[in-house]
Ligand binder design. Structure first.
Ligand code: HEC
Length: 130
């Protein structure tokens, strides 16, 4: 997985605010829970967050800033993945430095992720309207 992220990072717009160090830290700190290609293991896979935010806010910059808000202080009000909260409860706050706080939301939104086989059917089952 790390390899894939590093290769993709060359294709990003110059305006992206993250580097290889951020990708490494993202894997270490976020993928422990979010790299779940097994359904319903610990947390939604990153692709689920990526697709959900894209659909819900319909705008890349807005999605990135909403994720940043959530990471600063996760709360039920800020969270948009209600079925995931029901399943796992609210994400515990992660202590992030300023660089990580800028980088991680972009890593979630700007990279392409593999879609696990079970994902599309599962997503439909939530019957989300927005
Ligand atoms: C201890 C496990 C764990 C770790 C570590 C973790 N998460 Fe999460 N995360 C969760 C769970 C569980 C959810 C689903 C519940 C929710 O939305 O709060 C979630 C949801 C999210 C969401 C969607 C919130 C929403 O509902 O709108 C974002 C964005 C997110 N995580 C980003 C991150 C980032 C970035 C990191 C690394 C700094 C990270 N997570 C680390 C468990 C974790």
């Amino acid at each position: 997985m790390k390899h894939l992220l590093l290769i993709l990072s060359f294709l990003l717009p110059l305006s992206a605010h993250f580097d290889d160090e951020d990708l490494y830290n993202f894997e270490k700190r976020c993928m422990v829970c979010h790299d779940t290609y097994v359904q319903n293991e610990m947390a939604p896979p990153i692709i689920a967050i990526n697709q959900r935010y894209k659909k819900y806010y319909g705008d890349m910059d807005l999605s990135i800033s909403k994720i940043k808000d959530f990471l600063i202080s996760p709360s039920h009000e800020k969270a948009i993945m209600q079925p995931a909260i029901k399943l796992y409860s609210l994400m515990p706050k992660q202590e992030l430095n300023k660089k990580e706080l800028e980088a991680f939301p972009e890593i979630i939104m700007l990279l392409d992720y593999d879609v696990p086989e079970w994902f599309d059917e599962h997503y439909k089952s939530h019957n989300l309207k927005d």
